[in-house]
Design a protein around this ligand. Structure first.
Ligand code: RNT
Ligand code: ZN
Length: 419
């Protein structure tokens, strides 16, 4: 059977349980993931002269050849990545990826001008941009504190960075006629027991108030704050914890960012969504895969992703949920890693869209826990791969089977030629 026949067969199987596969694909097509630019070069960036990862609790391991070392290489890699994904997706940039023209432009000096090339690139490709201030990999972050630093000089430096990041995001939003989401994550915390947890959190609250003091229309940009439980070197205390930012975001009308790697390993992030949707207009997700800790492994289609995607769809909040990716792995072909992670996220969403909502809700309402669970089990063996392959084919991107040769060819032709 060819892929269309397989799809038609799958469509019939789904119709039997009350699911319209065509409709599911129409909806899937509308979903834009925000791809994290930093998977192309292990969160290196293009600052001059020393684009080096200096602390911040972000650990990229691996030295697989071919990482992008220039903006041109990065854009070539991104072109390749987008060509492997069905649908139209966004790009999330970090401040260290500006075009600084070989000059030293410190974080408190960045301007929209440094990102003009990206704005033009986005326009040309039809890719909308999101943004992140970079509050790590910098001498002024080395002591482990940025916005929550008791040192006013350090704090002011990072407040300025945050203000400028907001202006850059706003420039993106205006140019693309669609708000750019600015995510703020800071590494501030302590390896060992603080005795004054309140102090740093009070400082952070004040710094954020100052950083956000300028009113910028939401049509241009929206602020998001990323919560975290712990990091390398901040095992005992993270200033910007989940509770801290839940409170801050609610009170100040910001978006909360949930990163899948930023909670206790047994916490189910999917379960948090319904509570948060009741109180937040919008959420930002950082789709990641923690392995024992916040290790940012390449996302695969595991239960966490499946439950998360299903939950967004069950709550009918696709339009209120910004789905960003956040993983980085230097041990394998980085383009392939991107493709696996982004496609796995889309697959999770497809599974959610292919759920027989009516039937599941009926069993649920009947209190028939057995039938509900049996149907959830049955769904695992439905021919959803045929729907996915058909979707890829109609979108003109490789199927899963074609992905390996396709990525290997790019590796041979492009990546391995890099020094
Ligand atoms: C770190 C956060 C943050 C970063 C990126 C690079 O723990 O998850 O989102 O991964 O900003
Ligand atoms: Zn994150």
């Amino acid at each position: 059977m060819n892929s269309i026949e397989l799809y038609n067969n799958a469509k019939e199987r789904y119709a039997e349980i009350g699911v319209d596969a065509d409709k599911a694909l129409e909806k899937l097509k509308e979903i834009a993931l925000s791809l994290h630019c930093w998977q192309t070069d292990d969160v290196g960036g293009f600052e001059t002269p020393d684009a080096q990862l200096a602390g911040g609790g972000i650990q990229v391991t691996g030295n697989y050849p071919g990482k992008s070392g220039t903006i041109e290489e990065m854009r070539s890699d991104l072109d390749k990545v987008y060509s492997l994904l069905p649908g139209t997706h966004r790009l999330s940039l970090h401040a260290i990826y500006g075009e600084f023209g070989g000059k030293k432009v410190d974080r408190d000096e960045i301007e929209p001008e440094h990102f003009k090339g990206w704005i033009d690139w986005g326009k040309e490709k039809g890719i909308k941009l999101d943004f992140n201030g970079t509050f790590f990999s910098h001498p002024k972050a080395e002591r482990g504190f940025t916005l929550a630093s008791p040192d006013k000089g350090i704090r002011d430096f990072w407040i300025e960075h945050g203000k400028r990041s907001r202006k850059i995001a706003a420039a993106f939003g205006r140019a693309q006629d669609d708000p750019s989401i600015l995510n703020t994550w800071i590494p501030d915390g302590m390896k060992d027991l603080p005795v004054n947890r309140l102090k740093y959190r009070s400082i952070l609250k004040e710094s954020l108030d100052e950083m956000y003091s300028e009113k910028i229309p939401k049509a241009a940009m929206k602020d998001a704050v990323e919560t975290k439980l712990f990091g390398i070197g901040s095992e005992s205390y993270v200033v910007g914890s989940h509770e801290f930012y839940m409170g801050y975001a609610l009170k100040n009308n910001k978006i909360a960012t949930l990163d899948l790697g930023h909670f206790h390993p047994t916490e189910l992030i999917a379960d948090k969504l319904s509570s948060m949707y009741l109180f937040f207009d919008e959420l930002l997700l950082h789709v990641s895969r923690p392995v024992r800790w916040d290790s940012d492994h390449v996302v695969i289609l595991n239960d966490d992703i499946r439950y998360l995607a299903e939950e967004i769809i069950r709550c009918d909040k696709l339009d209120k949920t910004h789905i960003g990716l956040d993983f980085f792995d230097g041990t394998m072909n980085r383009i392939g890693a991107y493709a696996i992670g982004a496609r796995a996220t889309l697959k999770g969403l497809l599974l959610g869209l292919l759920e027989p909502a009516e039937l599941l809700n009926k069993y649920d309402a009947d209190g028939n826990a057995f039938a509900r669970l049996a149907l959830i089990e049955e769904l695992k063996f439905m021919p959803f791969g045929d729907v996915w392959n058909y979707y890829c084919e109609t979108a003109g991107v490789p199927s899963d089977r074609q992905l390996i040769p396709d990525v290997m060819e790019y590796e041979k032709k492009v990546l391995l030629k890099r020094i």
